[in-house]
Design a protein around this ligand. Structure first.
Ligand SMILES: NC(=O)c1ccc[n+]([C@@H]2O[C@H](COP(=O)([O-])OP(=O)(O)OC[C@H]3O[C@@H](n4cnc5c(N)ncnc54)[C@H](OP(=O)(O)O)[C@@H]3O)[C@@H](O)[C@H]2O)c1
Length: 336
């Protein structure tokens, strides 16, 4: 089968600052690989589309290696048609349409996944669109379950126009929350308001003061953070009493300073999670939860899939360059 692989730099190659060279988008090349064989409890799927996630850019650069025993082909989510089932699989059969939550392997003509990590797409949603939904939905829902986001609470998600943000805004609105978000341009903030955000703040400005003002000093009961170190202090500043901060991204670095005094005055909770490093049983339970509780919201129009930019899978390099540009609103997808 054809798969996208990462061409590694020559040993000793460095950038202009003398640091080891990290593979850029142009390092993504189409290669031949053996088609995977489904083992017991696994399913072989012919890929129709693979969602692109920011984590994929990090994996390409060697900064986010896959978990042990996982293919090094990039791709955390994909949709396609069941080709073959392994021993013991009873819930799927060839020609079924499926969407998969993967630890890797989506950027290829075929992928293998444990049967439980597959779900049927939402009714009325084509497979290309479905390929962009499961990873963000699984991430947001599992974390909001963890911190028990509840109706009436104020919810802040950073990066409202991105993959995680576009879903999180709509999901929190559907739960009955007041939703605040941050975004980098007027257009993106307007887009976030159209999705349902009550408060859309410019992250280039003083969003801490903006949120305090907009919430009469209450702040946010729950924060879903993608920035990590850079926003640890400001997030604690805007956390409401008994607030919960969930960190899922490190776009602003990995080492921050925590003001414990401010946190304990607020009885605040700080946690951090990774979906990719959960085991298959947990991923399967989360995928099932999404199919049960989120797909009906997609089917009845409460949640609208984010705008999608499509790239042929041979153009994975252009797709990565596009996501890295920071100009994308919504999701990118590779089609096969
Ligand atoms: N831990 C997990 O399980 C898990 C799962 C999925 C994703 N993630 C992480 O979540 C993050 C988002 O993923 P994604 O796929 O949604 O990426 P994405 O679609 O590329 O979105 C990135 C977002 O970051 C925003 N951003 C950039 N600089 C910012 C700043 N200074 N302040 C606030 N927002 C800023 C961008 O806003 P503008 O477009 O307005 O510039 C954009 O909305 C990534 O770090 C990813 O690794 C973690």
């Amino acid at each position: 089968m054809r798969a996208i692989t990462v061409r590694q730099p020559e040993p000793g190659q460095t950038d202009e600052l003398g640091r080891p060279l990290r593979p850029g988008p142009e390092a993504l090349v189409v290669d031949q690989q053996p088609t995977p064989i489904p083992g017991p409890g696994e399913v072989l799927v012919k890929t129709v589309a693979a969602g692109i996630n920011r984590a994929d850019l990090l994996q390409r650069q060697g900064l986010y290696p896959p978990p042990p025993d996982t293919t090094d082909v990039i791709g955390l989510e994909a949709a396609g048609i069941v080709e073959q089932v392994g021993p013991g699989v009873t819930e799927w059969q060839p020609s079924d349409e499926v969407v998969a939550l993967l630890s890797g392997g989506g950027y290829a003509e075929y992928f293998v996944a444990p049967a439980g990590q597959l779900v049927a797409p939402p009714e009325g949603t084509d497979l290309v669109t479905a390929a962009t939904l499961l990873e963000v939905a699984a991430t947001v829902v599992s974390n909001m379950d963890l911190v028990q986001l509840s109706p009436g609470e104020t919810f802040l998600v950073h990066g409202g126009a991105g993959g995680i943000g576009t879903f999180a805004i709509q999901y929190a609105k559907a739960l009955g929350c007041r939703v605040a978000t941050t975004a980098g341009t007027d257009d993106k903030r307007a887009f976030c308001r159209d999705l349902g955000a009550d408060i859309a703040l410019d992250y280039h400005g003083d969003w801490v003061a903006g949120l305090r003002h907009a919430t009469d000093d209450h702040g946010a009961d729950v924060i879903l953070d993608i920035m990590g170190a850079k926003y640890l202090g400001p997030n604690i500043d805007v956390l409401a009493a008994d607030g919960r901060l969930v960190i899922i991204g490190m776009q602003g670095g990995v080492k921050g300073e925590l003001n414990i005094g401010r946190l304990l005055n607020k009885r605040g909770l700080v946690t951090a999670t990774s979906l990719r490093f959960r085991d298959s049983a947990q991923k399967s339970a989360i995928a099932a939860r999404v199919a049960e509780s989120v797909w009906p919201l997609v089917e009845n129009g409460t949640i609208t899939p984010a705008p999608i930019e499509r790239f042929a899978f041979e153009d994975a390099a252009a797709a990565h360059a596009r996501l890295a540009s920071g100009e994308v609103t919504g999701k990118l997808v590779l089609t096969f």
